[in-house]
Design a protein around this ligand. Structure first.
Ligand SMILES: [Zn+2]
Length: 559
């Protein structure tokens, strides 16, 4: 046996091209693009990888130099297992840096099969490449010529089919549909976003809202924004769900639900900043130039609190929250009711007359089973299980129990605020996005998928006002009642909160405030896509005829 056959460079190079083509083939199947685009989305990467294999005589070096493509391929396969379709989104790269270790390990243990698969495929490849590197194994000239010819032919035909299928928009198709070009583009975009986020303090430094208060009551005022987590309207009893997941709130007659609220983004790191900011969907870039909700309340003379039951994210949420005079991150692992306790002691200890609280809950974030104490395990079995269609019932049970706990938590908060004698109080709740639970036989699960769904988009939102607030601001309360079906998005959150406190500023948009009878019912419902463009809720972002039917059934008006 000769040295060359012991270390077969041709075999390694073929394995390199073949394993990197796995996500390409899978995407060709899942993306259901027109025929010629599908053909070019296979031929272009095949050409590119084959030419790459021919580039260096040293097979081990060639594979390791393509390390970033190996990583992208492995990541893409895991995401395809998780979401069922779509290329790695910009938001997914940003999620990687904004998800804390606990969350990541909860998730990782449940996508174990796909992680195991990519390990079995790519670790031997990298291991072999290391051995080749150490022994300086070389690919024969003949084999290199073979790879170069294959690569060249595939590329030329790929470009031709791209132009046939692209019909003048070949560039956009290359950027959006050809893996790994699209993944690299999205990666670049996520880096540029991360830089903007890091520069936020500087770029928003001189921003002022010029806020004043139009109406002030002599009594103490306490206003609360509760940011929900992954709480979809579809599983709330208050929104017509068949299970009794809101027994406490349903028994009250002083809760105002907003039944047609949709989120601007199905990811936390993008949705929450847009809830805390005054910027509209159409001006996403302004997000980095304007301060957020705590800042406008500071200007209006409030003592402000941001209390979070999530860990700091290293992202925009933290920066917008940092303007609050009091920023508190509770210990990891607390149930959300700890937020009520923290707020109650702040109200007791702080003599300030005007108070704003922004509470960031953990809500129904996966793994649901860990979001509620055992006494709320009304629906069983609810054990932690690997994500699979076989376990849909268990996952749904655990999810519903987390909603049941949110019902308890919000009711506790209302009771506590109601107990503040002589204070003028209001509470506004809105979830950051919804959640998929492998509904109707689909394999969609969790949120943040590149294409959204009805279940990820339609979120729970409600308000409560104390008796004193109701008597002092009867017009706002009446508007909240009238706006029950207003076509609102999470862009309304900032403006509704500021309007609840009668704050006036040139940046206020009363036409999106849910406590204003000037709410604009003719406005188009928007969504912020993966490249931060404001788009309609249509099939390009996943809202196809079936999803529209789900919106219609839920009573959400769609144009
Ligand atoms: Zn979230």
């Amino acid at each position: 046996m000769t040295i060359t056959s012991k270390f077969n460079a041709t075999k390694l190079s073929v394995a390199f091209v073949a394993t990197l083509m796995l996500p390409v083939i899978a995407l060709a199947y899942t993306e259901q693009n027109p025929f010629w685009i599908t053909v070019s989305s296979i031929l272009l990467p095949l050409g590119g990888y084959s030419l790459w294999a021919a580039l260096s005589a040293r097979s081990g070096r060639m594979v390791w130099a393509a390390g970033v493509f190996v990583f992208l391929s492995a990541f893409q396969i895991v995401l395809l297992y998780l979401f069922g379709d779509s290329v790695i989104a910009t938001d997914m790269f940003l999620n990687l840096i904004t998800t804390n270790a606990g969350e990541a390990s909860e998730l990782l243990s449940n996508i174990f099969p796909s992680v195991l698969f990519v390990c079995i495929v790519y670790i031997p490849l990298l291991w072999k490449a290391s051995v080749h590197l150490a022994h300086k194994v070389e690919l024969s000239d003949k084999a290199r010529r073979g790879f170069a010819t294959t690569g060249f032919v595939a590329l030329v035909v790929g470009v031709m089919t791209l132009n046939i299928g692209g019909k003048g928009s070949a560039r956009e198709i290359l950027r959006d549909e050809v893996f790994p070009v699209n993944a690299c583009y999205n990666f670049g975009l996520s880096i540029s976003e991360a830089i903007k986020i890091n520069n936020f303090e500087r770029t928003s430094e001189d921003f002022v809202y010029n806020a004043i208060r139009e109406r002030v009551v002599p009594q103490r005022e306490i206003y609360v924004l509760v940011i929900g987590e992954a709480s979809r309207a579809a599983n709330w009893q208050l929104y017509g769900y068949g299970r009794r997941t809101n027994p406490r709130l349903a028994a009250r007659n002083d809760v105002f639900t907003f039944r047609a609220m949709t989120t601007l983004s199905n990811t936390t790191h993008k949705s929450v900043p847009m809830m805390l900011s005054s910027v509209a969907a159409t001006e996403h870039d302004m997000l980095y130039r304007r301060k957020g909700l705590p800042a406008i309340f500071n200007e209006a003379g409030f003592e402000t609190y941001f209390i979070s039951n999530q860990s700091p994210q290293g992202a925009m949420i933290d920066f917008l929250a940092a303007d609050a005079e009091n920023v508190v991150y509770l210990d990891a692992g607390e149930y959300d009711a700890a937020l009520v306790k923290a707020m109650e002691s702040a109200i007791k200890d702080n003599p300030a007359q005007k108070l704003l609280f922004v509470l960031h809950t953990y809500g129904s974030h996966y793994s649901y089973r860990h979001r509620y104490p055992r006494e709320f395990a009304k629906y069983t079995p609810d054990e932690d299980v690997a994500i699979s269609k076989k376990s849909v019932e268990q996952m749904r049970n655990a999810y519903d129990n987390s909603i049941l706990y949110t019902d308890y938590f919000l009711n506790e908060m209302i009771e506590m605020l109601g107990g503040q004698a002589d204070a003028c109080c209001a509470m506004f709740y809105c979830s950051d996005h919804g959640e998929d639970l492998m509904d109707n036989g689909s394999s969609n699960f969790l949120h943040s998928s590149p294409r959204t769904t009805y279940y990820q988009t339609h979120v729970a939102s409600l308000a409560w006002f104390s008796p004193l607030y109701r008597s002092q601001f009867a017009d706002k309360v009446e508007a909240a009642r009238k706006n029950a079906f207003a076509p609102a998005t999470t862009h309304s959150v900032f403006h509704t909160m500021a309007d609840i406190a009668s704050i006036k500023s040139p940046y206020m948009e009363y036409s999106v405030s849910l406590v204003n009878d000037g709410f604009d019912y003719s406005a188009r419902r928007l969504y912020v896509d993966d490249h931060n463009n404001a788009v309609a809720l249509d099939r390009n972002i996943g809202i196809d005829a079936m999803q529209r039917e789900l919106f219609r059934k839920a009573g959400v008006p769609m144009p």
